[in-house]
Design a protein around this ligand. Structure first.
Ligand SMILES: Cc1ncc(COP(=O)(O)O)c(C=O)c1O
Length: 385
């Protein structure tokens, strides 16, 4: 029987690490060390309290909680527009906000709305793997721009200018996964303006906004009306499993996104939208989470250095560290297998994020509880002593 083009999609390797770590946990005998889960960006904090209360009230209300509009409930879309105004001072009409199944659900909508089969989308490596994998599955051509510490692992206008042929799109993420690096507002503005002027559709993944550690941050919405901005309730809002995100659609894509969303998904989950709307008012609790991540970041940076990992670029945001492991192993996959085997630490090999240079790097997330972070550092130091 024929198998479709989807077969070409590479696996999201971190999922294999998760499977192996889960299997290990299931085999664990009393007295064995627990596997420390540092392979995924799964906040250890859970649903904010105000969101929990709103969900409980909605369940008690007897409301059917059925389908909603394809682009989401109007009160949530209005609350997102108000949030964008509060954080960036930009007024985006509610009509341009689409509620999605996490940021993940926004990518296929954005790609299909903005591009045709065979179109080229540029992006920096290292990158969040689904950008490339979803684009490939949809018949688009990722154009990888290898980026290093000199440009903070971010693309630049000069890199785009140097290309022989202009790409049809550019994906950026600031703060980025896996490096946590950020674009300075003026660099983001320059990229947004260059893309707008040159007919390149900018897609800005802003999922880690709110989780930054001192540097100023800006949204692509501030600089471009043609940019697609993607965000989510998964990270800062600590709601991974509720699967809610949003997209700021440019005016010319709104109807297309709406038709795609209606046909693909009918509507986002009603109860998750209730939770998300309430979470937008839970900043005190969410800021406390951020303070905890800031402490975890510091423990990780100091601890990894004492464990011998000296080539790390300190992350500006998100909750990941992307560290060079060449002093410990010739290959990051072998190194992560050893970490799991000998130290019971689940981490992700760099191959997921950079097919060529990823063999030299591994990623650890630091959104777990602080005692787990301290224990991980202790085990890493012991492994390398
Ligand atoms: C950069 C980036 N974008 C998007 C996502 C997907 O997030 P969501 O849970 O909103 O689908 C992730 C998840 O880790 C991510 O790191």
């Amino acid at each position: 029987m024929k198998i479709g083009a989807g077969r070409a999609v590479p696996s999201f390797r971190v999922m294999d690490v998760i499977t192996e770590a889960n299997a290990r946990e299931q085999r664990r005998q009393p007295g064995d060390a627990r596997v420390l889960r540092m392979e995924v960006g799964q906040p250890g904090t859970g649903l904010p309290d105000g969101a929990r209360q709103a969900v409980e009230a909605a369940l008690r209300s007897g409301d059917t909680l059925g389908y909603t509009e394809a682009l989401g409930r109007l009160p949530l879309r209005a609350a997102i527009a108000a949030h964008i105004h509060d954080w960036y001072g930009v007024s985006v009409p509610v009509s341009r906000i689409a509620v999605t199944f996490g940021a993940s659900g926004a990518f296929p909508l954005a790609f299909l709305a903005a591009f045709d089969t065979g179109d080229t989308i540029a992006l920096a490596a290292p990158y969040y793997p689904p950008y490339v994998n979803i684009a490939t599955a949809l018949g688009l051509k990722p154009l990888i721009l290898p980026c290093g510490i000199e440009t903070g692992f971010q693309p630049t206008v000069a890199m785009l200018e140097a290309l022989e042929r202009k790409p049809d799109g550019l994906i950026i993420a600031s703060p980025a996964n896996p490096t946590g690096s950020m674009l300075a507002p003026e660099d983001l503005a320059a990229l947004a303006r260059y893309c707008h002027t040159n007919g390149i559709r900018l897609i800005s993944d802003e999922i880690y906004h709110g989780l930054t550690y001192g540097k100023p941050i800006a949204s692509a919405s501030e600089f471009s009306e043609s940019a697609i901005v993607i965000n989510s309730f998964s990270k800062y809002f600590s709601m991974t499993g509720w699967r809610v995100g949003w997209m700021v659609c440019p005016e010319d894509l709104v109807r297309t996104v709406e038709r795609l969303a209606a046909n693909f998904f009918v509507s986002p989950s009603y109860i998750s939208q209730i939770a998300a709307q309430a979470a937008l008012g839970c900043h005190a609790e969410l800021q406390a989470n951020r303070t905890r991540y800031a402490a975890a970041r510091q423990i990780m940076l100091t601890g990894l250095e004492s464990a011998g990992f000296t080539k790390i670029s300190p992350p500006d945001g998100a909750f990941y560290l992307y560290a060079d492991c060449t002093s410990f192993a010739a290959d990051s996959a072998a190194f992560c297998a050893r970490l799991l085997d000998e130290a019971n630490i689940a981490a992700t090999p760099g191959y997921d994020f950079d097919a060529t240079r990823g063999k030299n790097f591994f990623r650890m997330s630091y959104c777990a509880a602080l005692p787990d972070i301290e224990e991980a550092i202790f085990r890493l130091c012991r492994l390398n002593s």
